[in-house]
Design a binder for this molecule. Structure first.
Ligand code: GDP
Length: 363
């Protein structure tokens, strides 16, 4: 007679159970097929217009691709999406690492979604391809926003040139506007030219600062004050409230020294604690005041148009340069001219003129 097997032994084998439908071969192959299905630009656009975040993410991935076929598909998609873009407010947020950008975006984004807005968070950080996107737009630091159905977070576009990253971010903004995101927050870090690039693509530019001692203004780049529509002193909580208020006074005084802007807007200085969710409402109110003012004066649309024209000129410059330097004949010619300049047989200007003439005849 067979000995009854004990239930406790690890060697006991259960009787096989029938496979559930969801794990059948057929279901798995369907799943794979769907996942790998290449969507046409019309299908992607349809998904975007239906506010489908998977379609939006896939479209952004297409924009970021270096593959030539993808590039042309992405360009068609952008063109098609333009007529569907909905009104939005684009806000740039900058500040040194550790100032609290992610915490601030998390607080502002959550506040806005509670008001019924849909919020997209993008980032511009050309160095993030080296640091694998850990500096900015890091989803893991925006715990509640990342799970919020009315928020869409996309880390910085890959690429090691600022021009490339900025272009992809601009195109991503268009897609987010077609997907009807009301507020687009673009985060950048206070290094290099990234701030200028972001300033050139947003309606409102916000500089986050830390409460500091009396030398607050010394470490700040003059250029950045000129770009900022508001300076928000974060971490105004606990022991730092007093120094935050001092910094606020100093910035207010300093801002008076700058000439009035074309937009007639005088930059404001606010205090906030992103961590404790204090002052966020005021920041939003300020942004709304600004938007109301510049819309009334016709500056809102004018600024967007100027930004697009500037973008056109920069794109043109980049493409012309790229074409010039990628022409094999120009490599040779450039070498010859370089040699002549070194031998003092030709001036750099004459060499440039000669090179342009050669390029014109060969292109
Ligand atoms: P980022 O590098 O500019 O994105 O800064 P993070 O948002 O990652 O914040 C850096 C650190 O500052 C984190 O430990 C945050 O918890 C902390 N932090 C951010 N905002 C505040 C604030 O308002 N008050 C205080 N006390 N700490 C904050």
């Amino acid at each position: 007679m067979e000995k009854k097997q004990s239930n406790k032994t690890a060697l006991r084998e259960n009787k096989g159970v029938s496979k559930q439908k969801t794990t059948s071969k057929e279901a798995i192959s369907n799943l794979k097929k769907n996942r790998q299905k290449i969507l046409s630009t019309d299908e992607l656009l349809k998904g975007i217009l239906q506010r489908n975040t998977a379609a939006l993410s896939r479209s952004i991935t297409l924009i970021e691709s270096q593959n030539e076929a993808h590039k042309s598909k992405a360009s068609t998609l952008i063109e098609k999406s333009l007529e569907h873009t909905k009104p939005s407010i684009r806000i740039g947020i900058t500040g040194v690492p550790g100032v609290g950008k992610s915490t601030f975006i998390e607080a502002l984004g959550t506040y806005l979604t509670k008001l019924g807005s849909r919020v997209a968070v993008l980032a511009v950080d050309p160095s993030s391809s080296l640091t694998k996107g850990s500096v900015l737009g890091d989803k893991t630091r925006m715990y509640s926003l990342v799970n919020n159905p009315n928020a869409f977070i996309r880390p910085s576009a890959a690429g090691n040139t600022l021009g490339g990253v900025a272009r992809r971010t601009r195109e991503t903004i268009s897609l987010c506007e077609a997907a009807a995101y009301d507020v687009i927050l673009i985060e950048t870090v206070g290094v290099g030219q990234s701030e200028t690039a972001v300033h050139n693509m947003v309606d409102f530019f916000l500089l986050l600062k830390l409460p500091g001692a009396g030398d607050e203004l010394q470490g700040i780049k003059r250029g950045i004050i000129e770009l900022a529509d508001a300076i928000v002193i974060n971490k105004a909580d606990g022991n730092t409230v007093k120094s935050a208020k001092l910094a606020q006074q100093e910035f207010k005084r300093a801002l008076h020294l700058y000439p009035l802007r074309y937009s007639n807007w005088t930059p404001k200085v606010l205090l906030c604690s992103a961590l404790e969710n204090k002052g966020i409402e005021n920041c939003w109110k300020l942004i709304q005041d600004y938007i109301k003012q510049v819309k009334k004066e016709g500056y809102f649309i004018k600024k967007r148009q100027e930004q697009s024209i500037l973008c056109l000129k920069q794109a043109l410059e980049n493409q012309l340069k790229e074409q010039f330097f990628n022409t094999p004949l120009m490599h040779k010619e450039l070498e010859t001219q370089t040699r002549l300049i070194k031998l003092n047989k030709r001036s750099p200007f004459a060499a440039a003129e000669h090179l342009i003439n050669v390029y014109k005849t060969c292109s």
